[in-house]
Design a protein around this ligand. Structure first.
Ligand code: 13P
Length: 249
């Protein structure tokens, strides 16, 4: 049985004091008895305050560097995240792929390094609107997965979370229908099965992301191959994240 996992992605939002306010607001509604895992991905400077104030909420970083240390100005390594107490890390988000040239090869190296320190990668994949319109969605999903999982063992992939986020649905309010989301999340699982084996595909948790809101999360969560959601805008306010928790716990 896969445990559902709902993670907010704050992107470049919230100062440490705003992060603290959010943590207090959300922690009071979580008991640790929920059927799902809940978490937030926060900017680096917010991670310490988030971890120190987290009781039941998972705290994820939004990026990492695959190298351990060195002359890489502005970068943050996995040992740094580990020492702060981070347990999950988003990699390969479409915004990082688009604006910062993050590639499938980077994702594979980052995932390997994170897993070596028992930090669970949340690997993001998904097609652009032009690729969707051209009927290339399945090819994009398969190519991104093959490249981003290269060099990983089945037992490593089984621990991971993979977020299918069609770029045309991110921040647009144009969420994928539950049928499209389910078909693509099933394709993610089937691709993992093809690259590894049945057991690994059944174990990996697959999220849908893209304009998920309190009023549509239930329909995604009811789909067989969707194990959770990666949520941008609707994760920023305590009230809307609480509504999402209420709708899914
Ligand atoms: P929105 O929920 O704002 O569409 O963002 C989705 C996303 O990019 C999560 O990683």
């Amino acid at each position: 049985m896969r445990k559902p996992i709902i993670v907010g992605n704050w992107k470049m939002n919230k100062t440490p004091s705003e992060a603290l306010e959010f943590m207090k607001g959300i922690e009071e509604v979580l008991t640790g008895e929920e059927a799902a895992d809940y978490g937030v991905g926060a900017p680096y400077v917010d991670l310490d305050v988030c971890v120190k104030n987290a009781k039941n909420l998972i705290i994820a970083a939004e990026n990492c560097n695959e190298k351990d240390s060195g002359a890489y100005t502005g970068e943050v390594s996995v040992p740094m995240l580990k020492e702060v107490g981070i347990t999950y890390c988003i990699i390969g988000h479409s915004e990082r792929r688009t604006y910062y040239n993050e590639t499938n090869e980077h994702c594979a190296l980052k995932a390997k390094r994170l897993l070596a320190d028992n930090i669970i990668p949340i690997l993001c994949i998904g097609e652009t609107e032009a690729e969707y319109d051209a009927g290339k969605t399945a090819d994009v999903i398969k190519t991104q997965l093959a490249g981003s999982l290269a060099g990983l063992e089945a037992c490593e992939v089984a621990k991971m979370v993979i977020a299918y986020e069609p770029i045309w649905a991110i921040g647009t309010g144009k969420s994928a229908t539950k049928e499209i989301a389910e078909d693509c999340c099933k394709l993610v699982r089937d691709t993992v099965k093809a690259l590894y084996d049945e057991e690994t595909g059944e174990a990996v948790r697959v999220q849908y992301g893209g304009s998920v809101k309190p009023d549509n999360i239930r329909e995604y969560m009811a789909c067989e191959d969707i194990d959770g959601a990666l949520i941008g805008g609707a994760s920023l306010k305590v009230d809307s994240f609480k509504e999402i928790i209420d709708a899914t716990k």
